[in-house]
Structures are given as C-alpha cells and as structure tokens.
Design a protein around this ligand. Structure first.
Ligand code: AMP
Length: 398
C-alpha cells in the first residue's frame, strides 16, 4: 500500500502557502503559494516535478485562492487521491492547546477565542481551516500551533512583572512562538549529537525575519525570548525586539502620533531595517557592511550582541549546554552572525571551526565548532512543514 500524503496549509493574511508531503520520508511532492491576495496582482505559483507554473488569480480572496489550489492539485496526476490528512499551521493557541489537535467545530471556536492575541494571523488561519474543511470534508484536519511547544514553560518564565490580574483576566503573559520549528530542530539536534532527546540541553536560535531563542531541556521548552507577541526578545528584521516600554509613551508625545503609529514604527520600521536604514534583509546588510556602510555594520553588531546576551540569559534555566543550535534563514546561512555570536559566547566553552562554519550554508547540517570544543554549536535547517505533516499523519485512519 502506498503511504498517505499530507496537505500542509499555512494561511496568512495575504497569502496561502501549501505543500503535499510524504510524512515518513519528508519528501515534498508539490509545493506552492497563492500570494498578493485581495490585489489585482494575486497569483498562484505551483512547483511540481521540477516545473513551476504561474496562474493569475486577480482579486482572489482566501476562498478563491483555495479553490484554485484544490483545482491545481486535482490536475496533478493521482496526488489528490493519495492525500490522507490536512495539516494547518495556526499561530496562536493561547493557553488552551499544549499539542496539535484534530480539528472539529469546538477546536475552531477555541482558536477563534485566541484571535485577540494574534489579530493579523489567527482569523486568516481560521478561514484557511474552514475553506479547506469544505474542500476536503472526508479528511482529518489537524491544527499545529506555534505557541503549543512553549506551554511547558513554568509560571516564573511566562508571567510578566505586571499586576497579576492582567494575566488572569486579559491573558497578558508570555506565550512564545516558532514552537513547531523548535520542536523539529530539537529532535534533529539530538540525533546529530547521538543522544536521546530526553537527555539533551539545547539552546536553539531560530533566526529568520522574525527571530527567537529557546532553552530546550529534554525536549521541553523552559523559556523563550518571544513573549505575548512575536516582538519581544532579540532584534528582528523590521521589529525592535525588547525595548524600554516607556519609549511608547515618549514617542507618542514627542512625535505627536497615535498608539497605532507607534506600533507601526516598532513592528515595521525597526530592527535590522531601522538601524541600518537600508534593508531588513541580512544579506543586503552584510554586503553593505563589507563596503564600509557604518549603520549596516552597527546593525550587525547590535544584532549579534543582543543575540549573544539572550543566549547567555537562557543558560540560567538550562544549567548546562550540550549544543547551541542555529536555524532559520539567518541561522542557516549567515557565517558572519554565527561566528560573531560564538566568539562572544566563548566563556560557554564554544570554539568555532571556521571552515565548518563557512561550509554550513544552503541546507547543510552539522557542527560548526572545533572537535576539542567543550560545548558544541550546530546548524540544523528547520522544516516546519514536515513537523506539521507528521503531526497530521497521526490522525490518518489506519
Ligand atoms: P526566513 O524568515 O527564515 O526565510 O529568513 C529570512 C532571513 O534570512 C533574511 O534576513 C535573509 O537575509 C536571511 N538570509 C538568507 N540567506 C542568507 C545568507 N546567505 N546570508 C545571510 N542571511 C541570509
């Protein structure tokens, strides 16, 4: 019998990413994106058997885009008939979900009750779920939450030093994100270290456009750098990360702008983009820094310094370090950021191997520290889609 496939869906506010995956091997049989939804330039891109197909879907909303995706899948041989489950990425599961869930109406209602915590993401995730449930009513649908992995954090790690009632009545607490990536990378790191996951002390740095770091002991998140929203913690592409909360009021008064405008500044015009003044893209900034662009150099310096400080802080809950793991676009590719962070963390027993570091790019997995290094640093390419597919595969009827 051929193995059932999983359709993985990641429904964002203006795009739907999708892939058809073989959950055991991780093989991706088809992938694509419907992007720029709600605009005249909306388009569907599908990659299958090495071929890329582009279809204009002008002014498509989520429903029209999903219909176009389903139609494309039906046109690709027997793939549609082999799909045994659908896995949905959901950004916020609040405190209600500690693991992936088989979706029913009740689960959808609970996800909707978390909408206020992720107003840009959760409503889009829910429309993706509803449209896909209508398109594939006979299949099990699974919700995989970015926040679920961090529900193991103890209260001292997730409660803010604010009036406690704000947590109880308004959900103001630290949730953490990138959980699906941390979960995947932790198990890969354990395999790479040749240790059981339940005897592994890891710090994982997921460095993409949004970046977060997590202390993972024996497969469980003890603490993480993102908080109530995905802005707390280290420097991001366009988000500021942790700053003095009184800056909000200062800016509102000083610049005579609304709280929404302050938020826009802190979410969309800060981070690597804000410091460098040229881009949120680490590659562009590294190129400019090489040409002596001072603010690009400063952006990289602040990025690496704050990241190293965050990693050092996460040693408090972790207590010992088996491996520091880099993942995400920057973690998997920036030789420079990794070298600088490891240099600053030499006191943890990390000694960089420059050749290994230079070779660990574009999907290469492995250690980047020297053989005699007391602690190990690894590069592990993340694969959130595979994790979602494997979670969903558990619900396929045998
Ligand atoms: P992600 O959100 O995981 O796709 O990561 C996006 C980030 O990875 C962007 O800041 C890219 O500039 C960065 N990135 C990708 N390739 C490289 C590279 N070769 N060197 C430095 N940064 C890179």
């Amino acid at each position: 019998m051929t193995e059932s496939l999983v359709l993985v869906l990641n429904c964002g506010s203006s795009s739907i990413k999708f892939a058809i995956i073989e959950p055991a091997s991780g093989g991706e049989l088809l992938q694509g994106i419907a992007e720029r939804l709600f605009s005249s330039e909306a388009q569907l891109i599908v990659k299958h058997n090495g071929e890329k197909q582009l279809t204009a879907i002008p002014d498509a909303d989520h429903k029209a885009a999903m219909n176009a995706i389903v139609e494309q899948i039906h046109q690709t041989g027997d793939l549609a008939g082999r799909i045994g489950a659908v896995g949905h990425r959901v950004v916020h599961g609040g405190e209600r979900f500690r693991s992936s869930m088989l979706i029913d109406d009740e689960v959808v209602n609970v996800i909707a009750s978390c909408n206020h915590l992720a107003p840009l993401h959760n409503p889009a995730n829910i429309s993706g779920i509803e449209i896909a449930r209508a398109a594939f009513p006979e299949l099990p649908h699974t919700a995989v939450f970015d926040t679920a992995f961090h529900q193991s954090m103890p209260e001292k790690a997730f409660v803010y030093p604010l009036p406690y009632e704000l947590y109880i009545h308004h959900g103001v607490r630290r949730y953490g994100f990138h959980g699906t990536s941390f979960r995947y990378v932790a198990s890969q790191a354990a395999a790479e270290l040749n240790r059981p996951l339940d005897d592994c002390a890891l710090i994982i740095a997921h460095l993409g456009n949004g970046a977060s770091v997590s202390a993972v002991l024996n497969g469980q998140s003890l603490d993480t750098s993102m908080g109530m929203t995905p802005n707390e913690g280290v420097v991001h592409g366009t988000r500021c990360g942790s700053i003095d909360p009184s800056i909000h009021e200062y800016l509102a008064h000083r610049l005579d702008i609304s709280i929404e405008q302050v938020n826009d500044l802190l979410w969309k015009q800060s981070g690597l983009l804000g410091i460098s003044g040229i881009s949120n893209d680490c590659r562009t900034i590294e190129d400019a820094a090489d040409k002596d662009h001072k603010r690009a150099q400063l952006a990289l310096e602040i990025y690496a310094y704050r990241l190293a400080k965050e990693i050092a802080a996460l040693m408090v809950p972790l207590g010992r370090l088996d491996a520091l793991v880099f993942t995400g676009g920057i973690g998997e590719n920036s030789v420079r950021i990794r070298a600088e962070v490891i240099r600053q963390l030499g006191f943890l027993g990390l000694t960089l191997d420059e050749q290994r570091n230079a070779a660990a790019i574009r999907g290469v997995q492995g250690p980047i520290t020297a053989d005699g290094s007391r602690a190990c640093a690894l590069v592990i390419p993340t694969n959130e889609e595979l994790m979602i597919a494997q979670d969903a595969a558990q619900f396929i009827a045998q």
